[in-house]
Design a protein around this ligand. Structure first.
Ligand code: SF4
Length: 234
């Protein structure tokens, strides 16, 4: 079990999968910058959390639920958690009894995303981490969740299978190691740098492998020394 003081945000898993340097800049050096993409994403999450709980027949909807996992040392907030009245066909291990709500329920987390479905696992890892937190909190297994994308508006079911769960556990382990180390890895410039909110702080072209800040400064000084001063100009 990981002590509460060392818990890290679930969103950091996405940062690590997107770019280890971005993750360390945010969670080791506490750098954060918002760009148009992150601002739109934040507004979408704020709107999802603002609406109150809802009740529709056999469905209850809870928004902005706080989550945590002691075993993985993660904490966060679910956009939406759907509670479906468990019927006789629901396997016993998937039935949850919840505080302040009568009945037996099966639990489905739903995460809202601003853009389109991605080819990488970032969104599925975040959703699965939420489900694994919920499982620890409610004591029932959650085999499926859903991602809701804004462009085009579409809901996508996600199987929370064992390979995805292992990826979540492994990413959480690597995240804690990275933050404990206190080291910001060198930049590995790639196409993703174009959409990175921290490109300005990162300076990917000058902070890549073998291009430490010290080496960068040395090169700049060498260039300055070699450049003729205006007084030397004919
Ligand atoms: S600019 Fe590129 S290398 Fe730097 S943090 Fe962002 S994604 Fe990573």
């Amino acid at each position: 079990m990981i002590p509460e003081d060392d818990w890290l945000p679930i969103s950091a898993l996405q940062h690590l999968l997107f770019c280890p340097r971005q993750c360390a800049l945010i969670h080791v050096e506490q750098a954060w910058a918002e760009n148009a993409l992150t601002a739109q994403g934040r507004q979408l999450h704020d709107r999802a959390h603002e609406s109150g709980p809802e009740s529709r027949g056999d469905l209850r909807i809870v928004r902005g639920l706080r989550l945590h996992s002691r075993s993985m040392g993660l904490t966060g907030q679910a956009d939406v958690v759907e509670l479906h009245a468990a019927d006789d066909g629901t396997p016993p291990g998937q039935r949850a009894c919840l505080p302040a709500i009568d009945g037996v329920w099966s639990v489905v987390p739903v995460e809202y995303k601003r853009g389109q479905p991605k080819e990488n696992d970032c969104d599925r890892v975040q959703l699965c981490a939420q489900a694994m937190c919920l499982e620890e909190m409610v004591g029932a297994s959650i085999p499926r969740g859903a991602l809701y994308y804004g462009q085009p508006r579409r809901r996508e079911g996600v199987d929370l299978d064992e390979p995805l769960r292992e990826l979540v556990r492994d990413t959480a382990r690597r995240l804690h190691e990275l933050v404990r180390s206190g080291i910001v890895p060198p930049a590995e410039p790639s196409a993703k740098c174009v959409s990175c909110s921290l490109a300005e702080q990162c300076m990917p072209k000058s902070a890549g492998q073998g291009r430490s800040a010290r080496n960068y400064l040395k090169r700049q000084i060498e260039v300055a020394i070699k450049s003729p001063s205006p007084e030397d100009a004919p």
